[in-house]
Design a protein around this ligand. Structure first.
Ligand code: NAD
Length: 502
């Protein structure tokens, strides 16, 4: 029996909705050509939440062709004002269903609803509004060099953009890509993560509701090796934007070379957090906890390595462990006071537990956690206790490899030079935190640290007005802010001969 194109769902908090299960192409949900489907698993229980159709190459071809047609016939001719209105309308609808969509996101991804998922919806609304404001303010320049020539630039959209997102912030990561691309006048074919395909399909239909023309946005569920590969290597896709692991990012760059697509990559990280002797330790402990425990540690910018000056090492560790114990309660997604939910999948859960074993066998000291949490309602879920390792040394794997869970490696240092060397030792360069009261040293360190983002006396501060992205193997290009918009246009130079003579 084939999967219906939608089915009724009642969420654990009692809210009801219709879950679409098709591929969203030309403003309609359709079955995949192969009829293949994929299952989405509930992280709290390990049971199937629902199934959706999985796109393969043929479906990608159809979505890209729909996008190309929409770009040529409608979207390219749509004014910036109109694009902005549509983006704002989308934001209005999303905002009016904040609680329902937040609940769907929790159910799909394992985020705790009240303490986490609903804030992603708020931020998504803000991102759409921000880029709606940009849609009619995209401007080229007049270049005044030769009085006999009028030279100007036009910032044109690429055309059809392929976008590939991960599972850790399904809706929010989609917004970082969809909103600037559409504001700049591109059309989009977006592939969701095979681990979290549900909430984004509900979002897809809001594009139709808001009035976006058919073909402007297609949303495909599917696996990376089939759907993702077909989208990235497609000869009629002009640009690809990817968020995910560094290993996949390398593959994406190779596949995109098929037609020299423009590429932006937001990849993995192992961001350091430095605590100098003069730091406010109470504040440092609070930010350090947010920096690694929020979203179950499944944040690319997680400050997962903490370097503490030897003179405040024991004191900080005590404050940090106390704060995590008191403020990061663990529980299923729909428990209102739960902050730390389950990991997204069995595979991630097992990967994190194996890193905990590696840390122990490498000789790191467990200060907190260090095992799964199978208490009460959590018995069947993918819960890992918030884990603090101390006394780590530079060569340990838990210090250098991205774990992507609520596991932090803490070590000590003596001098600023030494800690900067530690901070810069990994292949990654996404974020870095520095805690100090010395403003001069703070800026010196910000300059020396190899990272796309530096937080002085905070961790994981993010704001959609400010560019986000990494250096080294953490990525290429920036999202958010005006920088993020600029990655969705290319400059065309026009020369006008004003003298009429050769
Ligand atoms: P992943 O690389 O496994 O998958 C990401 C996406 O790529 C998925 O949609 C997947 O289906 C797709 N994909 C996989 N193989 C592909 C292929 N051959 N061709 C095309 N697409 C393919 O990453 P994940 O496990 O979903 O997410 C976790 C990773 O994402 C972590 O490393 C994390 O640091 C990173 N991340 C980075 C940022 C950032 O902004 N820098 C943000 C969030 C997550």
């Amino acid at each position: 029996m084939s999967l219906p194109l939608s089915y009724e769902v009642t969420l654990p908090d009692g809210q009801k909705f219709t879950q679409p299960s098709g591929l969203f192409i030309n403003n309609e949900f359709v079955k995949s050509k192969s009829g293949k489907t994929l299952d989405s698993i509930n992280p709290s229980t390990g049971e199937v939440n629902g199934s959706v159709y999985a796109a393969e190459e043929e479906d990608v071809d159809i979505a890209v062709a729909a996008g190309r047609k929409a770009f040529k016939t409608v979207w390219k001719k749509t004014t910036g004002v109109k694009r902005g209105q549509l983006l704002n309308k989308f934001a209005d609808i999303l905002e009016s269903r904040r609680d329902l969509i937040g609940a769907m996101e929790a159910w799909d991804s394992g985020k705790t609803k009240a303490q986490n998922a609903v804030f992603d919806i708020d931020e998504t609304v803000a991102v759409f509004r921000y880029y709606a404001g940009w849609a009619d303010k995209i401007q080229g320049r007049v270049i005044q060099n030769n009085p006999k020539t009028l030279a100007y630039t036009v910032h044109e959209p690429f055309g059809v953009c392929g976008q590939i997102i991960p599972w850790n912030y399904p809706i929010l990561m989609a917004s970082w890509k969809l909103a600037p691309a559409l504001a700049a006048g591109n059309v989009v074919v977006l592939k969701s993560s095979e681990i979290t395909p549900l909430s984004i399909l509900y979002l897809a239909q809001i594009f139709k509701e808001a009035g976006f023309p058919p073909g402007t946005v297609s949303i495909l569920s599917g696996y990376g090796a089939t759907c993702g590969k077909a989208l990235t290597s497609h000869l009629d896709v002009d640009k690809v934007a990817f968020t995910g692991s560094t290993a996949t990012g390398k593959v994406i760059q190779q596949l995109a070379s098929a037609n020299l697509k423009a590429v932006t990559l937001e990849c993995g990280g192992k961001s350091p957090l430095i605590i100098r002797a003069d730091a406010d330790l109470e504040q440092a402990a609070k930010w350090a906890a947010i920096g690694i425990m929020y979203n179950q540690g499944q944040v690319c910018t997680s400050t997962s390595r903490i370097y503490i000056h030897e003179s405040v090492y024991d004191k900080f560790l005590q404050l940090f462990a106390d704060h995590v114990t008191s403020d990061y309660k663990q529980g299923p997604m729909f428990n209102d006071d739960a902050v730390v939910g389950p990991q997204v999948s069995k595979q991630q859960f097992e990967k994190i537990l194996s890193y905990i074993d590696i840390g122990k066998s490498e000789g790191a000291r467990v200060v907190l956690g260090g095992e799964r949490n199978a208490e009460g309602e959590m018995a069947k879920g993918f819960f890992v206790k918030p884990t603090i390792f101390a006394d780590v040394t530079p060569k340990m794997r838990i210090v250098n490899e991205e774990i992507f869970g609520p596991v932090v490696a803490c070590g000590k240092f003596s001098t600023d030079e030494e800690v900067l060397e530690y901070a810069n030792q990994t292949q990654y360069g996404l974020g870095a935190s520095i805690f100090t009261k010395d403003i001069t040293v703070a800026h010196e360190m910000a300059s020396e640290v190899e990272a796309g983002m530096v937080w002085i006396n905070s961790s994981n501060d993010s704001d959609h007005h400010v560019p986000f992205g990494g250096v080294k193997m953490s990525g290429v290009g920036r999202e958010l802010g005006e920088y993020g918009l600029s990655t969705y246009t290319q400059a065309k130079a026009v020369f006008v001969n004003l003298s009429n003579k050769l």
